[in-house]
Structures are given as structure tokens and as C-alpha cells.
Design a protein around this ligand. Structure first.
Ligand code: 4AD
Ligand code: MG
Length: 443
């Protein structure tokens, strides 16, 4: 018999085919002399039906969930009125419990260990086991599809993929969230963003992107901050600020189109996020100064509990209320110089503000941060000074302004935040394999 994966799309569902499948017992149910096993292999689920002597063996009678096994048999259609995944079942004529494949049952069964429902810490301690659950793995399937869709979209836009270092000696997004470590006796950091390195690639490689880990020592516990996250970053040469905004929205929409074009993935997304709708282009554009007015009009206070004023950071809570009310993607642009990173280009029409953008999504808030980059040498030196940054370790970054500078810009998108929005998850912690945040570095 052919050995098949359990996904219907792989052609394994045809009535009458003889197959060999292997996987783990996701569920089992005994009905008179029939044993129904739902087998799981990471591609899908298959109902396997054991009858007669097969259902009466010692192994069958003591079968526990999560046991690994191999089953041989013939594919059948499910009888009218009965239900099974993909509307098909395997009528077994032989099976083998995989050597060492028996799973603990009783007190030690996974379902019993995980039963402390609602106790989030226990569930996270047992993440290696909860990953086997349908809901948890569905997010991982979507994550895989989305990451691939980004690669495909960037290839369509002719961006080159590069792989900048994670161990660095420069900060990008401020000293407060730097992870420092001892690098053979020298001080070094885990990278906060690959942006500065991407910028150095433009002169020889053209537009570039990377999908790498970024690290932030976030000392507050929130729904959307991780210590280690997957950062999708792109840098584009010879562009204007408007070009940058157009590129971001086209990329987001194209990624969603590709992701939703896989019917299996689209079904997972619709199950988790029934209200999902493709965002309409162009996205709403709103200047920071207008957002401040909007927040004042809507009586949404700043972090001190006072009405927002120009120069305030728009904190997570206010940002989320704004996106929830407006309920569509927003490009928030032109943030004041003081609240943004040193490298951001100033708006030539109003030098109090930068050519910067945050893309906000309902339910999550900021998912993308980007800007045009300061391309003038003297201005950049001034920016280091303003921020109290020693320019010495940045010599290689500064050099870009000495040897053929150009108008350029880029952005970074947090993959976990994008998934939290797309899959309607309460927190980014549910959107990565093994979340890392203050207080957790296991499993
Ligand atoms: O806004 P940020 O800090 O921008 C940068 O790092 C730029 N240098 C990127 C660039 O222009 N190439 O971070 C970008 C995005 C945020 O919008 C957010 O989605 C995500 O990275 N992010 C985090 N995601 C999870 N946990 C954290 N602690 C995050 N910090 C930022
Ligand atoms: Mg940001």
C-alpha cells in the first residue's frame, strides 16, 4: 500500500485506495465492538475504524491518546449521517503500535496534565505538549504560510534576501531595551533590528529584505511584547515617503492574498477569525498631529491621564482604542523628532516631525514601524549627539553617507503581531512556537 500523509489534498482520500498511514492517536472512541481512532500526523486527521478481532486485542483495549501507530487499510466514504474529518475514513485490516510509541495514560495523560485550563503559566510550561492541540497548531500552520507568502511577495517585488548578524555592537531602537552580553570580553548586544545592516546592502544589492529574529529587553508584560520576535524588514533605495507607504500596503495585501489562496490555511483563519476581511487599499493615512486632535476629541487621555498634546507618545492603550474605533488599517505618519529613533529623516516641510510611519491594525495596534532614513552626513552626526549616542561604533553606518548617499527608507513588521491580528489571538505569545518574555525562557 502507498504510504500517505493525512491531508485530503494529497490524494489520499480516494475511496477504494489501499493505504498505510502513521501518526498519533488524537482521539479514540469505542462503540460496541468498533474502535474509532482519529489519527494525526501534522498534515491532517483521519478517522480509522477498527472492527472485529482488531478491536479486541490487548493493545486496542488499552490504547491511549498520543500513542504512535501505523495503520493499514482501505479508504471508504463516511456513511450518510456520520461525521469524520474530510468526510472519509480508513477501514483498518492491520495496525502496529510503533516501538516505544505508547503514550502514558491515566494520571500522566497529556489531557490530564494540561487540564489546568485557564492557568496560563501551566499551559506555557507544557507548551511542548499543548502544541499538539488543534487550536495551537492551527496558528503555527498559518504562521508557516504567512512567512512563505512574505518571501514570495518580496520575490515578486524583486527584493533580495540577506542575513544580517544577530550579535552586534550598535543599538537601533534605544538603549532601554538592549540585551547586553559579554562577547569575548567586549560588550555586545542582541540585535534590536537589522535595519542599519540592510541599509549597507542597498549600494550593491538593490532593495533587500530579511526575516530574522530581533531581541528586546521589554521590562513590562503586555499582550504584544516579546523578548525575542521574528522581524520582517525591508529597505528600499531611491524612494519617496509616499512610495514607502504604497509599498507597505501593497505588500500586506499581497501577503494576505497569497495566504488566503490556500484553502486549508484560509479555513483555519476563518475559523479563528470569522470576521476577517481583506483590507481595502489605500489604507487610511493619518498624521500624528491629527491623531492627537482625534484622541482629544474622543476624550482618550495620555499616560498621565491628561488630554493628549503634541509631543506625547501615543501609548498602547490609547492606540488600541483608536484602532478599535476606526476599525481598519491606519498609517499613522509624521511623528515628532523627539519620540522617534535617531536615524529618521525629517519632513522637509516641517522639521519638527519625521518622515515616519506606524501601521496600526484593529485589536493589536502597531504592527509595522518604518521611516525614510537620514541621508545627510552632518545631520546624522547631529542626531547621534542629540540622542547621546557615541558615533564611533557606528562608523560603518555613517560611512554610507560619505560614499554615495541616496534617498531611502524601509520598515520592520512584527510577525507575531501580524498573526495576532490575522488569527484574532489575544496575545503575541500564542503566535510563536516557544514565547520568550520577561520571566520565561523555557521550554
Ligand atoms: O517600531 P520598531 O521598533 O522599528 C524598528 O525596529 C525599525 N528599525 C524597523 C525598520 O525600519 N527596519 O519595530 C518594528 C516592529 C513593530 O512595529 C512591532 O510590530 C515589532 O517590530 N516589535 C515587536 N514585536 C514583538 N515584541 C516586541 N517587543 C516588539 N518590538 C517591536
Ligand atoms: Mg515602533
Amino acid at each position: 500500500p502507498v504510504k500517505v500523509k493525512l491531508r485530503k489534498a494529497d490524494g489520499s482520500g480516494d475511496k477504494g485506495t489501499r493505504v498505510r498511514v502513521h501518526g498519533r492517536v488524537h482521539r479514540e472512541r469505542k462503540q460496541k465492538d468498533v474502535l474509532f481512532i482519529t489519527l494525526r500526523d501534522g498534515y491532517g486527521f483521519l478517522q480509522c475504524v477498527l472492527t472485529g478481532d482488531l478491536a479486541r486485542t490487548y493493545d486496542a483495549l488499552t490504547l491511549t491518546r498520543e500513542t504512535s501507530m501505523e495503520i493499514f487499510g482501505e479508504m471508504w466514504e463516511v456513511p450518510a449521517g456520520a461525521h469524520a474529518p474530510d468526510n472519509r475514513e480508513l477501514h483498518a485490516d492491520y495496525y502496529i503500535i510503533t516501538r516505544k510509541g505508547k503514550a502514558a495514560g491515566g494520571e500522566d495523560a497529556i489531557t490530564n496534565k494540561v487540564q489546568a485550563k485557564g492557568d496560563v503559566q501551566t499551559l506555557l510550561d507544557l507548551r511542548h505538549l499543548t502544541l499538539r492541540g488543534e487550536k495551537v497548531s492551527a496558528v503555527m500552520f498559518v504562521r508557516d504560510a504567512v512567512e512563505f507568502a512574505f518571501h514570495q511577495t518580496y520575490k515578486e517585488h524583486r527584493l533580495r534576501k540577506v542575513s544580517p548578524p544577530a550579535l552586534v555592537q550598535t543599538q537601533v531602537e534605544g538603549g532601554a531595551t538592549l540585551f547586553k552580553f559579554d562577547y569575548y570580553g567586549e560588550e555586545a548586544f542582541l540585535t534590536q533590528s537589522s535595519q542599519l545592516y540592510l541599509e549597507t546592502c542597498l549600494p550593491s544589492m538593490g532593495d533587500v529584505y530579511c526575516i530574522e529574529k530581533s531581541f528586546r529587553a521589554e521590562k513590562s508584560l503586555t499582550r504584544r511584547h516579546l523578548s525575542e520576535y521574528t522581524h520582517i524588514e525591508a529597505e528600499l533605495d531611491y524612494i519617496t515617503f509616499d512610495n514607502l507607504l504604497d509599498h507597505i500596503e501593497r505588500t500586506v495585501v499581497r501577503v494576505l492574498e497569497i495566504t488566503m489562496s490556500d484553502p486549508v490555511i484560509a479555513a483555519y483563519i476563518k475559523e479563528m477569525n470569522p470576521e476577517f476581511q481583506m483590507p481595502e487599499m489605500p489604507f487610511k493615512r493619518m498624521k500624528y498631529s491629527d491623531a492627537i486632535e482625534w484622541l482629544k476629541e474622543h476624550n482618550i487621555p495620555n499616560e498621565e491621564g491628561e488630554p493628549h498634546k503634541f509631543g506625547d507618545d501615543i501609548a498602547e492603550a490609547a492606540e488600541r482604542r483608536m484602532t478599535d474605533i476606526i476599525n481598519r488599517p491606519i498609517f499613522l505618519t509624521h511623528f515628532p523628532v523627539e519620540i522617534k529613533a535617531f536615524y529618521m529623516q525629517k519632513d522637509p516641510n516641517d522639521t519638527r516631525v519625521t518622515e515616519s510611519v506606524d501601521m496600526l491594525m484593529p485589536g493589536v495596534g502597531e504592527i509595522v514601524g518604518g521611516s525614510m532614513r537620514m541621508d545627510d552626513y552632518d545631520e546624522l552626526m547631529g542626531a547621534y549627539e542629540r540622542e547621546g549616542i557615541d558615533p564611533e561604533p557606528y562608523y560603518w553606518y555613517t560611512d554610507q553617507r560619505k560614499y554615495g548617499s541616496s534617498p531611502h527608507g524601509g520598515y520592520g513588521l512584527g510577525l507575531e503581531r501580524f498573526l495576532a491580528w490575522l488569527c484574532k489571538q489575544h496575545t503575541v505569545r500564542d503566535c510563536c512556537l516557544y514565547p520568550r518574555y520577561m520571566g520565561r525562557c523555557t521550554p
